[in-house]
Write a protein that binds this ligand. Structure first.
Ligand code: S3P
Length: 175
C-alpha cells in the first residue's frame, strides 16, 4: 500500500531541497513537485522575471496560490518549496496542517559555498551580490526564517541529509 503522505521540504536556498526531494520521491515512488519550477511552468515565466517585472509581493502571492493547490492533491508526493515559502502568508501553518514538513538544516558555510559557486546570479534574492554580501544576507535571512523552519515536524541536520534517516523519522512520527 502506498501511504498518501505529503512530504514538504523547507529550508534555505542552497540547502538541497530540490536534489534531495527528487531522490526521495524516486525512492518512495512518489510524484515530485518542485514549487519554483511548477510556478514557472504555470505562469510561463522564470521566477527571476516575475521578481523583476512584478516584484516580490506578486511572487509571494503566486507561491501561496500554487502551494495551496498542490496541497489539495490526494495522492502522496514530495514537494520542495522555495526558501521563503514557509515565511509568508501563513504558509507554514498550511504546510503543517496538510502535510509533513521536513527542515533541511544545512550549515550556513555549506550554503554559502554552494551559492557563491553556482547559481547565486540566477537567484533573485542574491542577484549580483559579492561573497561578503551573501554572507550578511544569509545571516539576516536565517535569523528571520529560522523560527518558521523550526516549526517543521522533522529536522534533518547536516550537509548531506539521508533518505534512510528521514524514513525512520517518518515511521516514528506515524506510529
Ligand atoms: C527564494 C528562494 C528561491 C525562489 C525565489 C525566492 C527565497 O528558491 O523561491 O527566488 O526567498 O529564498 P530556492 O530556495 O530553491 O533558491
Amino acid at each position: 500500500m502506498r501511504l498518501p503522505l505529503k512530504i514538504v521540504l523547507v529550508g534555505m536556498p542552497g540547502s538541497g531541497k530540490s536534489t534531495f526531494g527528487r531522490q526521495l520521491a524516486r525512492e518512495l515512488n512518489f510524484v515530485f513537485i518542485d514549487l519554483d519550477h511548477h510556478i514557472e511552468k504555470e505562469e510561463g515565466r522564470l521566477i527571476k522575471d516575475i521578481f523583476a517585472e512584478d516584484g516580490e509581493g506578486k511572487f509571494r502571492e503566486l507561491e501561496t496560490k500554487y502551494l495551496t493547490e498542490a496541497l489539495k492533491n490526494v495522492e502522496g508526493f514530495v514537494l520542495s518549496t522555495g526558501g521563503g515559502t514557509p515565511c509568508f502568508n501563513d504558509n507554514m501553518e498550511l504546510i503543517n496542517e496538510k502535510g509533513i514538513a521536513v527542515f533541511l538544516d544545512v550549515p550556513l558555510e555549506t550554503i554559502h559555498r554552494r551559492l557563491t559557486k553556482d547559481s547565486a546570479s540566477q537567484r533573485p534574492m542574491f542577484f549580483g551580490m559579492s561573497a561578503g554580501d551573501i554572507t550578511l544576507k544569509l545571516k539576516d535571512l536565517i535569523a528571520v526564517r529560522g523560527p518558521y523552519y523550526e516549526q517543521a515536524k522533522i529536522k534533518l541536520s547536516g550537509e548531506d541529509p539521508s533518505t534512510e534517516l528521514l524514513m525512520s523519522e517518518l515511521m516514528t512520527l506515524l506510529r
